[in-house]
Ligand binder design. Structure first.
Ligand code: SF4
Ligand code: SF4
Length: 123
């Protein structure tokens, strides 16, 4: 099962994970038109090979190694990762809508600095 990007990526979005992913399954990349407006990045669930390289690369610990290890507060973002498809506007919009709803529903988490947000997931 694929790795999952969660909400510390919101406000960070530095693409460090993209640079280390061997199969280019994390989008949007900086050279894709959606990058400017995307609130976070997403992992394609069928293309991810579960190598784990992205986890230590992420400066804010936003990436979990599968749905089972994704904290309850972040589970809505599993669908966002699943739905997002670069270059497909309806899929991009649907994923971004989930992220917007997540941010509204977790205003408390969004107030935590991105670098400390993963530590707050389990609380
Ligand atoms: S686990 Fe590996 S293949 Fe999957 S997104 Fe991370 S770096 Fe890419
Ligand atoms: S390394 Fe982490 S914060 Fe940076 S883009 Fe990837 S998931 Fe987002």
């Amino acid at each position: 099962m694929a790795y999952i990007i969660t909400d510390p990526c919101i406000d960070t979005k530095d693409s460090a994970c993209v640079d280390v992913c061997p199969v280019d399954c994390i989008h949007p990349r900086k050279d894709e038109p959606e990058f400017a407006t995307a609130r976070m990045l997403y992992i394609h669930p069928e293309e991810c090979i579960d190598c784990g390289a992205c986890v230590p690369a992420c400066p804010v610990a936003a990436i979990y190694d599968g749905p089972e290890s994704t904290p309850a507060s972040q589970r809505d973002l599993i669908d966002a990762n699943s739905i997002y498809r670069a270059g497909e506007p309806p899929a991009v919009a649907a994923a971004e809508a989930i992220v917007a709803k997540h941010a509204s529903a977790h205003a408390d988490l969004m107030k935590v600095p991105a670098a400390e947000r993963a530590a707050a997931h389990a609380k």
